[in-house]
Design a protein around this ligand. Structure first.
Ligand code: GLN
Length: 544
């Protein structure tokens, strides 16, 4: 079969959940046993998402090959149950960087380098290459931003050209728009969608299907009206209405016949999708047997998207434990003075990744509270750093212990910059990124946690994104004081025992901190082991 391309554009407003629509289409195709990949186009000029503030842009997702990407890449991985790489996130910055590099090296010698064809060719190459690299029968391409934005124009032009090149039978356009509800007149308004499709048509793209984001399923009269004004058959107007769980969206779209449209338009045979895992997950989400209240002590708490993968991993872990995980948030700064009363009501504490000094003392207090009161604690990356500092200060009596990230002149740098980072000047793409191995100590909590995944050398891989590490000079001191080092990067023995990947406390029901970000590889069908055990521990505590 020829490779097929499905393009998803967005209109009216941003943050419509285009990523969820794209991922849901991908999930429905995977449920029909097609090999699928997905490309996210981000029209901003940053080369990647790594240098953007999580507060503004949400989480930076890291792929196994170490790309710092948009959080939609994480949604694709979770919904499609595949691993993606650098090639799957295309930005204006990358495209221009490459074209300018080629121009300087003389690859376009004697030509005038222009948006069309040079920039558009580079965009098309990347989309085609993703299909080849991932050996995909179907390539999904989501164009970030909103139709009408100046910066999306070259991308829209490129996808218009792809349809021309691969033909109508191998390409399909979906346009996702907002269908607002006016409370005063009690009606849904279709005009924004009409205008948005006009804008899309003005760049030569006629959508084949429309996905309306709205509160409720759009009724027939709304669909008729949209069909009339947009030239899209009314059965190809779908509603992605507000769902109780994002994992319900694939089925919501399937029920309205989106799969049938894709099959018919792309000449695919008609297949009943295998959606059992989704059904089971949703059933547990809707009727869980247990409940647990956990708290995330973070600094970007007004923007939960900054912790999207952590929240999803907790949800997956809840499903695996037949439990609803209620996620609560505490701003780390509010704990800094040592008043940890607000932590009392929760069955478990999670300290996620982060950068910079703000909120650090509060996170250290949270780790102390968890250690002293035997509350399950899961530390992720920075969560390992603060747990180490806390232990060093309050158990090993190194009262000035700190990380050089927060106090460059600390007399006890228990967390320090990795030697590899000393020479690093640029901030983009220069952390220790992507998959790295962790060798797990045999008799440890961590070995139990990962028991199903360990190979014969007791090694697992997790994704990373950090510059600082547990200072190897403090390993023996902190071990003597009772800290257990349960994971090390193998092959770094020149650095004392190696780079510390995990710590834990004995005589504690669950106190585990990892240098990695296991949340990034958690899937509905395969929850992350540390998360699964963390939730099990929180439930055990509740039933104590
Ligand atoms: N700021 C810390 C570092 O750079 C932790 C990073 C993180 O939590 N991802 O090492």
């Amino acid at each position: 079969m020829d490779r097929k391309f499905i393009f998803v554009t967005g209109g009216v407003v941003s943050s419509l959940g285009k990523g969820i629509s794209t991922s849901s289409i991908g999930a429905l195709l995977r449920a029909r046993a097609y090999s699928v990949t997905a490309v996210k186009i981000d029209p901003y000029i940053n080369v990647d998402a790594g240098t953007m503030r999580p507060y503004e842009h949400g989480e930076v997702f890291v792929t196994k090959d170490g790309a710092e990407t948009d959080l939609d890449i994480g949604t694709y991985e979770r919904f499609l149950d595949i691993d993606l790489t650098k090639i799957n996130n295309v930005t204006t910055g990358q495209v221009y960087q490459r074209v300018i590099q080629k121009e300087r090296s003389g690859e376009y010698l004697s030509q005038t380098v222009q948006v069309i064809p040079h920039i558009t060719d580079e965009i098309k190459n990347r989309i085609y290459q993703a299909g080849i690299d991932d050996n995909a029968q179907i390539v999904l391409v989501e164009v970030g931003g909103t139709v009408g934005d100046i910066e999306s124009l070259p991308f829209l032009e490129a996808i218009r050209q792809i349809r021309f090149e691969v033909g109508k039978e191998n390409s399909l356009f979906f346009h996702v728009t907002l269908l607002p509800y006016l409370e005063t007149s009690e009606e849904y308004k279709t005009k924004p969608t009409q205008h948005s499709v006009v804008t899309l048509r003005s760049v030569g793209i006629q959508p084949d299907g429309i996905i309306l984001r709205s509160k409720q399923l759009a009724d027939e009269s709304v669909c008729n009206k949209i069909a009339l004004f947009t030239n899209v058959a009314k059965e190809n107007v779908f509603t992605s209405y507000n769902a109780d769980f994002v994992y319900a969206v694939p089925e919501i779209l399937e029920q309205q016949g989106i799969g049938r449209l894709i099959e018919k338009s792309l000449g695919l045979e008609s297949i009943t999708p295998e959606l059992q895992v989704w059904h089971n997950a949703i059933k547990t989400l809707r009727e869980p047997k247990y409940q647990t209240d956990i708290v995330i002590v973070g600094k970007y708490i007004a923007m939960p998207d900054a912790y999207l993968s952590v929240m999803e991993a907790l949800t997956h872990a809840g499903i695996a434990n037949n439990a609803q995980v209620n996620i609560n948030w505490i701003d780390a700064e509010t704990l800094a003075n040592g008043d940890t009363e607000s932590l009392k009501e929760f069955s478990a504490i999670l300290v996620p990744g982060g950068f910079g000094i703000r909120g650090i003392e509060g996170k250290i207090q949270a780790a102390k509270y968890a250690r002293e009161n035997k509350i399950p604690y899961l530390g992720l990356c920075l969560g390992l750093h603060v747990a180490t500092i806390e232990f060093a200060r309050n158990v090993a009596a190194l009262k000035d212990a700190n990380s050089t990230e927060f106090d460059p002149y600390t007399p006890e740098p228990v967390i320090d910059l990795m030697p590899e980072q000393l020479e690093v000047e640029d901030l983009g793409g220069t952390m220790r990124l992507g998959d790295w191995p962790m060798k797990i100590t045999k008799t440890s909590k961590l070995a139990e946690i990962y028991s199903e995944r360990l190979d014969k050398n007791n090694i697992v891989f997790e994704r990373h994104r950090h510059r600082y590490e547990f200072n190897p000079k403090y390993v023996s001191i902190l071990k003597k004081a009772g800290l257990k080092i349960s994971g090390l990067t193998p092959g770094m023995e020149g650095r004392g025992e190696g780079l510390v990947e995990a710590i834990e406390l004995e005589n504690h029901p669950f106190f585990v901190a990892l240098q990695s970000h296991p949340e990034l590889t958690s899937r509905l069908m395969r929850p992350s082991p540390p998360f699964k055990s963390f939730i099990a521990a929180s439930l055990a505590r509740k039933n104590d």
